[in-house]
Design a binder for this molecule. Structure first.
Ligand code: COA
Length: 584
């Protein structure tokens, strides 16, 4: 068992995944945010780790640290790739094969000795989606391999040597092939869209390579915006660069050979410099544009229904998993319609990257009254959750292709069974959002499915939970050891089987009875009222913690310290245990 310290810019999804995977292997993991050199050195002195891992770092590790303790850096590039825009270049250059490399920190950034590298096939998706899926899977494999090698004690990592490149006729079997090179920071000039020259494919690639950060800077009607969330339009056409329609929150802009939908923008100059639905920022402009109703052939679809045999599938790939009031209301209507179909099972598919992350904090921040909008948003989610809990006509499934956080986890728990793709991370807590109490009937749902004791444990922990723990805690019902399209395929097979078994009717009957009994014991309205009383205090009360935490989250205010929940070395007991260990 190793003591492993994570030095990381943030406790992001990849860091959370590695945190869980390494703990599952029996290692102890503590986390320190990379705030400044002094704090990092202090953390190493307090914890005295066997190994340091940097899953997501934006700057170099101080020399005094890497000279004394082995530091492994996770770089989202193939072996030999160097530089801060690895994935951006991979997407712009249309790389088919990309990778993640684990290398040892030394005096030159990304040029250390190689411990492991793991390649993957890219997809035509945003940088963030590639990061949350392929990069995360590859990084997990490469880090676990590196840690095993480190534990073995005899492995000598391979120095980065560009003469061992692709033209090497017969590389030694054990040698990693150096395929990459140094690539500079990608600038807005590199990313610039030339609307009169670029094809749809190029425009999509440019926007996706910068999504979620920093976005492609562009001019829309004389104002500067960063563009995100781009999708191809199949039918509409116009003069290159022209805005030709809007649909839901998205605007449509013509290219030289087609058109693209742009779902989200960030206003460079405005006092709300965070991502918002495009139409939200272009209210005046869209008044002159035709509104398109999305269908399979045209428009920007953030909710759609498909049916196969006795099973209905509701997809809702909301950008970043955030569900605003209006989105919840539309999803609620779509859900009611799905329930009216002659099917037996409804599967709530969420999106490929996130199932749901609860209330839309950016829209709340941008609202005239954040408290009122929070109230509307939580009530809209609750209405949807209530509809799902009270569904008597169908068995219901939540198929988690991607992660879920806060209210999104409890909304998922409103169904009869949650099936999660292996590697999904759940953050079933609200406390990091300024001690928000939370709603979505969690006070009913958690004890109902996880039991009272586990419910307490889940809520108090404030920690991400992997699928194995979520399963044993009763938070989810099944882990499917598949990812992406293979997961969806498996879900479809299982859902069809569920609709087909002779026990279907008795399960549905049991579900109705159970709900009746639960309702008699304590009505759902009472759970809702007591949760919302506390949420009302969070939104409108004297304590501004939620509003401050939300502001910090939306404006991405850098953290000034690592939460004690993950910084083991900053807890008193851990420091005492460490007194006998060596210092940096
Ligand atoms: N509203 C608006 N945006 C949200 C969001 C929400 N509820 N949840 C996540 N996002 C955005 C983030 O701002 C980030 O945006 P970016 O692309 O501009 O960087 C993006 O989604 C990814 O989130 P990130 O925090 O980087 O992902 P993660 O996988 O590391 O962490 C969570 C996931 C869920 C733990 C974290 O995003 C979170 O705490 N979200 C807030 C959940 C919440 O409190 N909801 C309200 C109560 S119901």
């Amino acid at each position: 068992m190793l003591r492993i310290l994570f030095l990381t810019h943030a406790f992001n999804s990849l860091t959370q995944r590695l945190y869980i995977e390494l703990q599952q292997q029996g290692h102890e993991v503590s986390v320190e945010f990379d705030i400044n050199d002094t704090v990092a050195i202090e953390a190493v002195n307090l914890y005295q780790p066997d190994l340091i891992i940097a899953p997501f770092l934006k700057r170099a590790i101080p020399e005094s640290i890497w000279k004394k303790t082995t530091c492994l850096i996770v770089h989202p590039g193939i072996a030999g790739d160097r530089g801060p825009s690895a994935l951006d270049w991979a997407i712009i250059n249309n790389e088919i094969l990309w990778g993640v490399t684990v290398l040892q920190a030394n005096e030159e950034m990304d040029a250390g000795d190689i411990w492991a590298t793991q390649e993957f096939m890219t997809r035509h998706v945003s940088k963030a989606s590639l990061y949350r899926n392929e990069v995360t899977e590859a990084a997990t494999l490469a880090v676990l391999k590196s840690v095993k090698l480190y534990e073995g004690g005899s492995f000598i990592p391979q120095p980065l040597d560009y003469s061992n490149a692709e033209n090497l006729i017969e590389p030694r079997k054990s040698l990693v092939k150096i395929k990459g090179q140094f690539q500079p920071l990608m600038t807005q000039t590199d990313r610039k869209i030339h609307w009169y020259e670029d094809t749809t494919e190029t425009v999509l690639r440019k926007i996706r390579s910068a999504d979620g950060f920093p976005g492609v800077l562009d001019d829309i009607m004389g104002r500067e915006f960063f563009l995100y969330d781009a999708h191809e339009e199949q039918q509409l056409r116009g003069k290159p660069g022209e805005l030709i329609a809007y649909c839901g929150g998205a605007i449509c802009r013509a290219t030289t050979d087609g058109a693209v939908w742009i779902g989200h923008l960030r206003d460079k100059q405005a006092h709300h410099p965070f991502k918002l639905p495009a139409t939200h920022l272009l209210e005046q402009t869209i008044q002159h544009l035709p509104e398109i109703v999305a269908d399979q052939m045209t428009g920007y679809r953030d909710i759609w229904y498909e049916q196969e045999g006795d099973v209905g599938y509701l997809h809702f790939p909301f950008y970043n998993g955030a569900m605003g009031t209006e989105q919840c209301q539309r999803l609620h209507r779509a859900y009611i319609e799905a329930c009216q179909q002659k099917t037996k099972v409804i599967v709530l598919m969420g999106g490929a990257d996130f199932w749901s992350n609860g209330m839309h904090l950016n829209l709340i921040e941008a609202a005239q009254s954040a408290a009122d909008e929070s109230w509307n948003n939580i009530n809209a989610i609750n209405d949807l959750a209530l509809e799902i809990i009270n569904t008597n006509s169908h068995l219901t499934i939540a198929a988690l292709q991607g992660n879920a956080g806060a209210g999104g986890v409890f909304l998922a728990r409103a169904v009869d069974e949650i099936w999660a793709s292996q590697g999904v991370i759940l953050n079933p807590h609200y406390k990091d959002m300024g001690n928000l109490y939370g709603s979505e009937y969690w006070t009913y749902l958690l004890p109902r499915y996880a039991g009272q004791e586990n419910a307490e444990r889940i809520i108090q922990a404030r920690l991400p939970i992997g699928t194995q723990d979520a399963l044993s805690l009763g938070l989810i019902n099944e882990v499917i050891e598949k990812k992406g399209a293979f997961f969806v395929q498996d879900v479809k097979k299982r859902a069809a089987d569920m609709a087909d078994v002779p026990a279907y009717s008795s399960r549905l009957e049991y579900k109705r009875k159970r709900r009746e009994v639960d309702e008699q014991y304590k009505p759902l309205a009472e759970y809702r009222k007591s949760e919302l009383d506390k949420m009302h205090m969070n939104f409108f009360g004297f304590d501004p913690s939620y509003h401050i935490a939300r502001y910090n989250f939306v404006y991405k205010v850098a953290k000034s310290r690592t939460p004690l929940t993950i910084a083991l070395h900053r807890r008193t007991s851990s420091i005492i245990n460490n007194k006998t260990r060596r210092a940096v």
